[in-house]
Ligand binder design. Structure first.
Ligand SMILES: C[S@@+](CC[C@H](N)C(=O)[O-])C[C@H]1O[C@@H](n2cnc3c(N)ncnc32)[C@H](O)[C@@H]1O
Length: 277
C-alpha cells in the first residue's frame, strides 16, 4: 500500500499533524492558563526569584497542525504555549519538549528556533524521558506540564508520580475518553493498559457496571490516586467534544497549590461544557 504523503505546512515547509477542529479548544485553555499565571510565574524568575519556571510537554507533536478536511493550519500546543508566554511578557525559563517521533521533534525545534526560542528537545518514549526532564528541573521552581497523549497506554501512572514529586508542578492532562470508550471491555479483560495507567484499579471498581458507570468509576479511582500523591485535581473536568458531540477527552487540571486551582476555575468556563464530576 502506498504510504500517505507527509503533510507539510506551506508557511515553513515542515511537517504537521492532522487534528479535528476541537483541538482549538484545548489550546484556548492552555493559552488562558499560561496568561493567567504570568504574575505567579514572575515570582520564580529574575529579578523576583531564581527557582525558574519550566514548561514541559512529553507528547509535543511537531508544533503545527492541519485541520482535518481543510487546508487551514493552526499552531500546535508547544507553539501556542510559547507564544502565550511571550505575549504575557513572562516567559518560561526552561522548555522541555519530547515526542517519540524524531521528525516531529526536529520540526518543533526548528519552529521554536524560528520564533527566537531555544529549549531541550527529546525523542523518546515519555515514560523514559520523564526522568531526564525531572532531573533537569530546579526543584524550587514553579513548573507546568501539559500531557496530551493519544492513548492511555502511553501515560503510565509512573509519569504523573514522577512529575508530582516536584513540589510546585502543575499539570494539564488530556485523558482520551475516546480510547477508553472504544477499548473499555478489552482493557478490562486484558488488564495491562489499565494496570499501567491506574495501578491496582481492579480491586477498586466493579467491572459489572454499565460502560458509562465503569468509565466514571475508573476516572474517579485515577483522580483518587493522583490526590494520594499530595497534589489534587481541580474539581472541574471538562469534556472536550467533537463536532458530532462525541466524547474525546477529559481535561484534568492538577495543581499542588490553591492559587493554581483558583485560576483554573476562572479559565475552565470558556464555554458551556458537560461536567463529569
Ligand atoms: C495528541 S498528539 C500531541 C498534540 C499536541 N499536544 C498539540 O496539541 O499540538 C500526541 C503525540 O504523542 C506522540 N507519542 C506517541 N506515543 C508516544 C510516547 N510513548 N512517548 C512520547 N510521545 C509519544 C505522537 O507522535 C504524537 O505526536
Amino acid at each position: 500500500m502506498a504510504k500517505k504523503p507527509t503533510d507539510l505546512d506551506p508557511s515553513d515547509g515542515l511537517i504537521v499533524d492532522e487534528v479535528g477542529a476541537w483541538a482549538a479548544e484545548k489550546h484556548d485553555r492552555l493559552r488562558k492558563y499560561i496568561d493567567a499565571y504570568r504574575s505567579v510565574r514572575a515570582l520564580y524568575l529574575p529579578p523576583k526569584g531564581t527557582g525558574g519556571a519550566g514548561y514541559i510537554e512529553l507528547f509535543s507533536g511537531p508544533g503545527r497542525s492541519r485541520l482535518k478536511g481543510s487546508n487551514e493550519f493552526i499552531d500546535g500546543s508547544p507553539i501556542v504555549a510559547y507564544k502565550a508566554a511571550q505575549q504575557s511578557r513572562t516567559r518560561f525559563s526552561d522548555l522541555h519538549f519530547n515526542d517519540l517521533d524524531p521528525d516531529k521533534s526536529s520540526a518543533l525545534e526548528k519552529r521554536i528556533a524560528a520564533l527566537g526560542g531555544a529549549g531541550h528537545f527529546y525523542s523518546q518514549a515519555a515514560d523514559a524521558v520523564v526522568d531526564k526532564i525531572v532531573d533537569a528541573l530546579n526543584p524550587t521552581g514553579l513548573h507546568f506540564a501539559f500531557l496530551d497523549p493519544y492513548k492511555l497506554e502511553v501515560l503510565p501512572f509512573s509519569i504523573i508520580r514522577k512529575l508530582a514529586a516536584i513540589p510546585k508542578m502543575d499539570m494539564l492532562i488530556h485523558v482520551s475518553v475516546f480510547d477508553l470508550q472504544r477499548n473499555l471491555r478489552r482493557y478490562v479483560a486484558e488488564g495491562d493498559v489499565l494496570d499501567s495507567f491506574m495501578p491496582n484499579w481492579r480491586g477498586s471498581v466493579d467491572v459489572n457496571r454499565t460502560d458509562h458507570g465503569l468509565r466514571t468509576d475508573l476516572l474517579d479511582y485515577w483522580l483518587g490516586e493522583i490526590r494520594k500523591l499530595g497534589t489534587s485535581p481541580a474539581e472541574g473536568i471538562e469534556l472536550v467534544s467533537g463536532p458530532g458531540g462525541q466524547r474525546l477527552y477529559w481535561l484534568v487540571f492538577v495543581s499542588a497549590h490553591p492559587l493554581g486551582r483558583k485560576l483554573w476555575e476562572d479559565i475552565r468556563n470558556i464555554n458551556v461544557q458537560t461536567r463529569l464530576l
